[in-house]
Design a protein around this ligand. Structure first.
Ligand SMILES: [Cu+2]
Length: 161
């Protein structure tokens, strides 16, 4: 009976994972966190290139010491670490930033020369997986997930009876 309950739990968990697979929170730099990277800005560009960011996802910046998160709107300002057009500065050591728009986001740290030392990251955000630009595919996949979930629930009910 115990193993049956474990199986039921696993099936429910799997169904929940499948349905909630759209929004992802990415920890910027992973274990490196948000800091002046030892090898320069390539640490964050390499990290960003390993992920596909979509509308609805979140960025999680965490750090120790004196840093912040500032958004600059232009690539030129980002390249030059220009802080004159900073859109927002978030100073808490744990910052969650929602990616709400399909565009390129540019984040820098405005403390001292941290940006020039490589504490900056460019995030290219693509459409959400359920967006109108890919309506055919996403409708098909939601239907597939929906019917798969229905099958899973039937299995659960079969076990419970
Ligand atoms: Cu900094």
């Amino acid at each position: 009976m115990a193993s049956r309950m474990v199986l039921v739990g696993c099936v429910l968990l799997l169904a929940a994972l499948l349905q909630g697979a759209t929004a992802v929170t990415y920890t910027v730099g992973d274990s490196l966190g948000w800091t002046t990277p030892p090898g320069g800005a390539i640490a964050y560009s390499t990290w960003a290139n390993q992920h596909t960011f979509r509308v609805g996802d979140n960025l999680f910046f965490n750090w120790t010491g004196n840093h912040n998160v500032a958004e600059v709107s232009s690539e030129t300002d980002y390249d030059n670490c220009n802080q004159k057009n900073v859109e927002m500065t978030l100073g808490s050591p744990e910052v969650n930033v929602p990616l709400t728009t399909k565009k390129d986001y540019y984040y820098i740290c405005t403390v001292a020369s941290h940006c020039s030392l490589g504490q900056k990251v460019k995030i290219s955000v693509k459409s959400a997986s359920g967006s109108p630009t890919s309506s055919t595919n996403s409708t098909a996949s939601s239907l597939a997930v929906g019917s798969f979930s229905a099958v899973l629930f039937s299995i659960v009910i079969a076990f419970l009876h």
